[in-house]
Design a protein around this ligand. Structure first.
Ligand code: GLU
Length: 297
């Protein structure tokens, strides 16, 4: 047991270092992302006074993404911009407003500040492994889903946890403000909440917590960073439908987000973005999910 803990502690340092330093295509999943076509004369394409016209006229947009989830949203300490499937969706949306990738202002969001960031106008969009839920849709807008995954567990490779029934009586960490923390409590584990998934995975690696739980897509990104030490187990036990968050003050954004992502699904941009990001963590490129209809703005 002691040897096991020492070995994992060493890996914890290694993984943190690798995550902090990684800006390269392999580890953060950013190889060959598709070029997006930036719309010319974009402001004239949108109804005057709409939030899309305002953003297009200003030529600026601020998008909240995760910075510590390889494959989904990741930014190394020395990187200029985050990489991952979520930033790719952000680039597609910005391009339709005539805003080039280099003109996007990226802001780190953690799970717990996504709604306040939208409500306070801190960001224009949240694209951050952000599951659509009724509770969230009651206070912010969420268009989508643009991707569907499900909750699983990340454990040390020599862990005896194999099925969800095995978590009874174990300590499992996740992130405050996530659907994952709520769900695991119902499975009989002792939940431990952290601000970020990187803090949580470090606890699993140093042996102080038995498992980490969240969406399979996020866990596969971490497992791909340390395949000798971490594995993803358990059949998905929830359905997480990722949506793009926007302010409920601008309901017209729903149809624009839905139409723009649907077009990216149809012209192959969505699949190319997936393969270059989550695909690098070993997630197979799925058929894009059908998007929800928007309520009349
Ligand atoms: N998708 C889940 C959620 O939105 C878990 C992942 C996360 O915390 O971002 O709560």
């Amino acid at each position: 047991m002691r040897i096991h803990r020492l070995k994992l502690a060493a890996v914890a340092v290694g993984l943190s270092t690798a995550l902090a330093a990684c800006g390269d295509a392999g580890s953060s999943g950013s190889s060959d992302t598709p070029d997006v076509e930036v719309q010319e004369d974009a402001a004239s394409q949108f109804e005057e006074g709409s939030r899309m016209a305002e953003l297009a006229e200003s030529g600026e947009i601020t998008i909240g993404v995760k910075y510590d989830q390889p494959g989904i949203g990741f930014k190394g300490a020395t990187d200029d911009a985050p990489v991952g499937f979520d930033p790719e969706m952000g680039k597609v949306l910005a391009a339709s407003l005539g805003i080039a990738p280099e003109d996007i202002t990226w802001k780190e969001t953690i799970s717990d500040n996504r709604e306040p960031f939208l409500q306070e106008g801190e960001v224009d969009l949240v694209i951050a492994s952000y599951s659509i839920t009724d509770e969230r849709r009651a206070i912010v807008g969420q268009a989508g889903p643009y991707y569907v995954t499900g909750q699983q567990l990340l454990v040390p490779t020599d862990s005896e946890i194999e099925t969800i029934g095995d978590v009874e009586g174990t300590e499992v960490c996740s992130v405050t403000g996530s659907t994952s923390l709520d769900n695991i409590e119902q499975e009989g584990a002792t939940p431990r909440g952290f601000d970020t998934y990187s803090e949580c995975v470090d606890q699993v690696l140093n042996g102080s917590i038995d498992a980490m739980t969240t969406d399979g897509a996020i866990l596969l990104g971490y497992a791909a960073e340390a395949p000798d030490d971490l594995k993803v187990v358990v059949e998905p036990f929830s359905e997480e439908r990722y949506g793009v968050g926007y302010s409920s003050d601008s309901p017209e954004m729903c149809q624009w987000i839905t139409d723009t992502i649907t077009a990216a699904e149809e012209d192959g941009t969505w699949a190319a973005a997936f393969e270059a990001t989550l695909g690098q963590s070993g997630v197979e490129t799925p058929e894009p999910p059908a998007m929800d209809e928007c309520a009349a703005a």
